[in-house]
Design a protein around this ligand. Structure first.
Ligand code: GLV
Ligand code: GLV
Length: 321
């Protein structure tokens, strides 16, 4: 029997890919940094049985409608808002993601971003590198405490819970808002469920960990920022499109909130002229939540395992639909 044809839309390390070459006929995009152009992607998928996608690849009706043999899409991310699930279902295409393997790594980064924002680590680093450290003063680069403050986590999925777990070490009060109550987190981490408005009003750190859906798109807008405390900080470790960036910029400039730490943006990648980059009180990262070498390797391997299992007519490990 011919091996299933699969396309991997970005160059992955050969050490991860090669164990799968016996079972799968793998075509891999040769670029590490550049995404496959849309037109090439459409062409490639026309005769593929499976595809490994990045969160920057759009899998929609147009693509699926032109890919008659495509049976499985394995997204190298826990989020899958880049994939039209209704269209996938209609075309009988299985979709998998990479939950669990990235939970702790992403929570580490998110908490690190919170700390960097609160204690002005990036500004402080720049201050020394710019040769400005020629005196000491009592309030030099003074930031805001983290310990014993209130963290409000919006989206208490696995990663949200792992962020809450880190917050317990800082003896923070933990509030959360989620579609459903998380009894385990309440019991084990002392997290308290609150309505969204109460979370916004009471939190010193509002941390967005919710998946992007029609309900969460631009949930952080002018109204939401106005409800937050003036010295509150907004941290986003999920998806940029949960935020209205123009409203966030205005809230920061007007002093309606104090600072922001952002790992994600409305339209990625952003260039150096993005308005939010001009603000000292904003810490920006290029969507590196799950980017440790170990975890990225785990994610790649999970995608390839899922493909392999599917074509052995076994159940892939982490199916979305
Ligand atoms: C990254 O943002 C992911 O969804 O895994
Ligand atoms: C999914 O959204 C997760 O938090 O793992």
């Amino acid at each position: 029997m011919a091996k299933p044809k699969v396309f991997i839309t970005r160059k992955l390390p050969e050490e991860v890919v090669s164990p799968f070459r016996n079972q799968l006929d793998i075509d891999m995009w040769p670029e590490e940094e550049k995404a496959v152009p849309r037109q090439t992607m459409l062409e490639k998928c026309k005769d593929m049985d499976g595809v490994v996608t990045m969160l920057s690849d759009k899998i929609d009706e147009q693509l699926l409608g032109q890919a008659p043999s495509l049976k499985i899409v394995c997204n190298l991310a826990v989020g899958y808002d880049n994939i039209d699930l209704d269209a996938a279902q209609k075309h009988g295409v299985t979709v998998t993601n990479t939950p669990d393997v990235l939970t702790d790594t992403t929570a580490d980064l998110t908490f690190g971003l919170l700390m960097a924002t609160a204690r002005r680590l990036v500004e402080a680093n720049q201050y020394i590198k710019d040769g400005k450290w020629n005196h000491w003063s009592p309030l030099l680069l003074a930031g805001k405490d983290i310990h014993h403050k209130t963290i409000g986590i919006v989206g208490m999925g696995r990663i949200g819970e792992a962020v809450a777990k880190r917050a317990t070490g800082f003896e923070m009060e933990i509030l959360y808002h989620n579609r459903s109550r998380k009894q385990d987190a309440e019991r084990n981490l002392g997290a308290t469920y609150v309505e969204m408005d109460e979370l916004l009003e009471r939190s010193d750190f509002v941390v967005c960990m919710t998946p992007l859906t029609d309900e969460t798109r631009e949930m952080f807008d002018e109204q939401a920022f106005r409800k937050m405390k003036k010295d509150a900080m907004f941290i986003n470790g999920s998806r940029g499109q949960t935020v209205n960036e123009g409203d966030l910029y205005d809230a920061l400039v007007k002093g309606e909130i104090a600072a922001a730490g952002l790992d994600v943006f409305e339209k990625e990648p952003i260039g150096k002229d993005h308005p939010l980059l001009k603000l000292d009180q904003v810490v920006c990262l290029p969507h590196i939540g799950s980017a440790s070498v170990e975890t990225r390797h785990e994610m790649m391997k999970l995608c390839l395992d899922n493909l392999d299992l599917y074509f052995q007519e076994k159940q892939p490990k982490t199916v979305v639909i």
